[in-house]
Design a protein around this ligand. Structure first.
Ligand code: 5GP
Ligand code: ZN
Length: 112
C-alpha cells in the first residue's frame, strides 16, 4: 500500500521515534507546528477517524491511554492539545489515522 505512515512503521522511511509498542508508533513531526509536535499512529492502517468502527477502535483507547506518558517523556509539563484532522475540509494530508500532540509552549486560543 502506498501509505507514507505505513512506510514509517515499516522503517522504510526514517523517523525520530518518541514511543513504540505492538499497537502504535509515536514520532516527531517533520514540520513542527509547536515547540513539541509528535504524531501518534496505530500500526494498523486505518485511513482516518472516519474509518473507525467497533472492530478496530480499541487501538484509539490504547493510544489515548499512552499519550500522557509520551507527552511527559517529551518534556511537556504545562498542558498539550490533541488534534486529529479527518478529511479534506480538515486538511488531512496523510490518509493514515494520526493524533497530533502539540505542546511545550502556550498554544493559540483558536482551534480552527
Ligand atoms: P495531517 O495534515 O494529515 O493532519 O498531518 C500530517 C502530518 O504529517 C503533518 O503535520 C506533516 O508535517 C507530517 N509529515 C508528513 N510527512 C512526514 C514525514 O515524512 N515524516 C514525519 N515525521 N512527518 C511527516
Ligand atoms: Zn498506512
Amino acid at each position: 500500500m502506498d501509505c507514507l505512515f505505513c512506510k514509517i512503521i515499516a522503517g522504510d522511511i526514517p523517523s525520530k521515534k518518541a514511543y513504540e509498542d505492538n499497537d502504535m508508533l509515536a514520532f516527531y513531526d517533520i514540520a513542527p507546528q509547536a515547540k513539541v509536535h509528535i504524531l501518534v499512529i496505530p500500526k494498523e492502517h486505518i485511513p482516518s477517524i472516519d474509518g473507525l468502527n467497533t472492530d478496530n477502535a480499541s487501538v484509539v483507547a490504547k493510544i489515548f491511554s499512552k499519550i500522557p506518558e509520551i507527552a511527559r517523556e517529551a518534556g511537556i509539563t504545562n498542558g498539550y492539545r490533541i488534534v486529529s484532522n479527518c478529511g479534506d475540509d480538515a486538511c488531512q494530508t496523510v490518509k493514515h489515522l494520526h493524533f497530533h500532540i502539540l505542546g511545550g509552549e502556550p498554544l493559540s486560543e483558536k482551534m480552527a
